[in-house]
Ligand binder design. Structure first.
Ligand code: 4AD
Ligand code: MG
Length: 460
């Protein structure tokens, strides 16, 4: 038995005196001689039960304590004889820091997620959301740990940019112009007098910066906020979300797929170990099968299937899809979910997509028609990761940029990477909120983001 175990055992036999607990009242139950108070300090979904004897000095005030009030309690921590908790605090004194008035919005009853979104400043105090946001924090740490353990360097890619990495035109434009008094020359806005002297945007991806640094430091990753002005009011799109983008030199599509699978499994398995109390709480509030679901998906091998075969499978299925699918069309969430939830019943990596539906930087395959792209699909959320091997051959990259209508002079630095010591390299992007949804069972992305930004919604 190690020292900590012995210590815990001894403590469990003896009360611990002079403990001070500071937190917020969840509930109270008063009788003539005693009050039972459930207190939570924000570090666990479990409350601490406090027993207050009526002989304490300010008992009349204690009896009036309301949900949401803040207190500092001194007392003796003892093993609990009651069910559902290991410890309870016998209070000796209670300092009432602040009385929350009766209109405190988080009363005992269950509130809907929709209502809680309207009080996002109070929402993290609820048991369920406390768990979600503690898991969010732990998962961030695990992401850094995963890459650190594998020799990756953490890169801070810029948030303000002048290039559209994904070429989808979903950019938020930024400017310091007075929008009511724009400098117009020949019917067009003259950006040369804007803050940066050119059009500028919020980044949609840190990938291009990550490629630059992979050519210098070998293996890097970014983890930062990303912005997309896509008008998709769906349960899996945010206008501001966080993305993790690893980029590796000397790495092909197969290595890239393996890293993506290893990454997802590492996060799932470690979060189950590190956040078991919070996950237990969520399985009570959201989905009691979460534990089995996570084990089923993340303890099994992912399936790898070429895009063209995935399309065949979808067409051969008797399923009536809302969106038609054939070679050259992008997979919709309904197709992704069919493949992963029903057909393979596993995590699925679809690769070698038609070049026509993918960005300019992906590596052209020998068939001249597809590129070395890969998307990882998971049950419920569908696409969780998008990535590719990058085009490292200068002539082919230039040709592709021409096809996509990109101005090569704007990407001179990106082309330079292909002139000086170009090597095969690959990477991917994982939506942080999407993996959080998968691991918590939350079905709307707005509920794993502290302050979600979506079309027509910018509060807090
Ligand atoms: O597939 P995407 O667009 O890929 C890229 O941005 C590449 N530059 C990544 C790379 O190769 N380095 O986005 C990557 C992931 C998606 O798979 C999805 O999980 C998430 O980012 N994502 C979103 N998450 C929330 N809201 C949105 N609007 C999202 N758009 C993409
Ligand atoms: Mg994608």
């Amino acid at each position: 038995m190690n020292n900590t175990k012995i210590k815990t055992l001894l403590e469990s036999l003896n009360p611990i005196n002079d403990v001070i607990v500071k937190g917020w009242i969840k509930t109270t139950r008063n009788s003539k001689t005693f009050s039972f108070i459930e207190v939570n300090d924000g570090t666990s979904p479990k409350n601490l039960q406090v027993i207050v004897d009526s002989c304490i000095e300010n008992y009349e005030d204690v009896k009036k304590l309301t949900t949401g009030s803040s207190v500092s309690i001194k007392g003796k921590l003892v093993q609990s004889k009651g069910k559902g908790q290991n410890w309870e605090l016998i209070s000796e004194s209670i300092e009432i820091i602040n009385f929350a008035p009766a209109e405190y919005p988080l009363q005992k009853k269950q509130h809907t997620d929709e209502f809680l979104r309207t009080i996002a400043h109070i929402r993290p105090r609820s048991t369920k959301y406390g768990s979600i946001f503690r898991i969010r924090s732990e998962l961030s740490y695990l992401i850094h740990k995963f890459f650190k353990e594998r020799g990756f360097y953490y890169l801070h890619s810029p948030i303000i940019t002048c290039s559209d990495c994904e070429g989808a035109g979903e950019l938020f434009k930024i400017t310091s112009f007075d929008l009511n008094d724009l400098p117009i020359v020949d019917g067009k806005i003259d950006y040369s007098s804007d803050f940066f002297g050119k059009q500028s945007y919020l980044t949609v991806s840190g990938q291009l910066s990550a490629e630059i640094f992979a050519m210098a430091l070998n293996k890097v990753y970014t983890f930062g906020p990303t912005f997309r002005a896509e008008n998709s009011n769906t349960p899996k799109h945010l206008a501001e979300f966080w993305m993790i983008e690893p980029e590796m030199a000397f790495c092909d599509l197969n290595d890239n797929m393996s890293l993506a699978e290893e990454f997802l499994k590492y996060l799932a398995i470690n979060i189950m170990n590190e956040c078991s109390d919070d996950l237990d709480c969520l399985s009570k509030h959201i989905d009691s099968n979460m534990n089995d679901f996570i084990k089923n998906i993340f303890l099994s091998n992912f399936v790898r299937v070429e895009y063209k075969d995935a399309v065949k499978i979808l067409n051969a299925s008797k399923r009536k899809f809302e969106f038609e699918i054939n070679f050259g069309k992008d997979l919709q969430t309904e197709h992704e979910r069919f493949l992963t939830e029903e057909y393979f019943k596993a995590g699925v990596i679809v690769y070698n997509y038609p070049k026509s539906i993918k960005p300019f930087y992906m590596r052209l395959n020998e068939d001249n028609e597809t590129v070395a792209a890969m998307d990882v699909l998971l049950p419920r959320v569908g696409e969780i990761i998008g990535g590719s091997q990058r085009e490292e051959r200068l002539d082919l990259l230039e040709k592709r940029m021409d096809e996509c209508g990109l101005k090569k002079e704007n990407y001179w630095w990106y082309l330079d990477l292909r002139k000086y010591g170009s090597v095969p390299h690959s990477g991917f992007g994982m939506g942080f909120e999407r993996i959080l949804m998968t691991l918590t069972g939350v079905s709307n992305i707005r509920d794993v983001m502290p302050f979600p930004r979506t079309p027509k919604n910018l509060e807090f």
